[in-house]
Design a protein around this ligand. Sequence first.
Ligand code: DOR
Ligand code: ZN
Length: 437
Amino acid sequence: MDQTIEGKIYLNGRFEEGCIGIKDGKITAIKKILKGDEHYSFSHQLILPAAIDLHVHFREPGFTYKEDFYTGSKAAAYGGISCFFDMPNTNPPTTHTNNVLEKIRYASKKSFVDYGIYAGIIDNNIDEAKKLSEYCNGFKIYLGDTTGSLQLDEQKLGDVLEEISSLNRPVLIHAESNKCLQQHRITEDNLQDHIRSRPAECEENAIRNILLSSKTTKKPLKIHICHLSSCEGFEILKKHPPNITIGVTPHHLLLNIEKISKRYQTHYKVNPPIRTNLDQETLWYGIQKGFIDILESDHAPHTLQDKEAEFMDAPAGVPGAETMLPLFLAEVKRNNLSLKKLVSMLCEKPADLTGVPKGRIEIGRDADLIIVDLKEEIKNIRAEHLHSKCGWTPFEGMKALFPKHLFVRGEIVIEDHALVGAPGHGKHIQPSQYIRM
Ligand code: DOR
Ligand code: ZN
């Protein structure tokens, strides 16, 4: 065995003291005692599956002054993420096969952790979907206009879902109806205006469209509704078919409009908007009751300079990959969330949705692990300690517990809270390596 890692291992919702044996990056044994060429002993500390971030915007190519695969994946690694999935609203957008391949090439030189790439489906590239599916790890559909303007005509959703249902890739959907957004467009001066111009009704309409359009596909298609943000959206999703999963972000769960200072209005401009205290509480309720499946960062970095524009001109989006797991580990430590729920939302369900052989400590899966010491002190998040190129965080001062070590396919990438991995260690997860579900 190449490596063995000893500690309290998270197995099927419980902890067992023992060792994980690793060969060629895969978990090959889980036993009481094992000794490999390299042995790590983390006696009283917890060994958990590393997190998977289903939703990031690492901005390469086109906007590398905001982020790139080097800085984005470094930030992810510090936050305990061993695999991320990158969104298509780059420049050029990831809407043709050559753009997917180009992106894989960039990431393969720079990334510290593994990755998948989504292809965007827009009005004029559905003919290319089959070819795209040979390389992309899923499709992204925007039903409403947001950063990058990649939206699909919402009336075509049913036909498009039918078309891609045979391609065995998940589809992730930004659920804000463009028609509704246009009807509510106003000149915006602050976050209240932003909510008025992107009301919950637009999320609700888009979700209705998704529920209706996905009913008729001949083959079942895995559909993920990204970043749910409102009570209204939640109400109609409470009963949803099993092929649909629902995502939520740290900013919609941990922030609300009443908490945000007047000084930083543009910083917190994001689509869909951060809404009221009631919306926030509803999302937590959805998690506790098991209606919401996945935690995704929607890491959308913009520089401070970009954000410090007039409200109307400021770009929407907040960074969050590095802080996602640490913020929620702090919630676990404070008994606001169970560890089981967190592992389900950040590891197991994202792996099930995307099909990657990660997300669980199981023989045959990648040895992507984090070591967490719950006895470590909870820290206050400070932007100057984070690693995204954008240089700020919407969670400044909030409590977080960072993982101590990260292994990606058996190789240590973060050791004692410091980066020891190499850029280029991260690999593209070929769709052919997927676990059949
Ligand atoms: O606020 C957002 N920012 N929402 C999106 O859908 C895109 C993202 C970005 O890429 O900046
Ligand atoms: Zn996004």
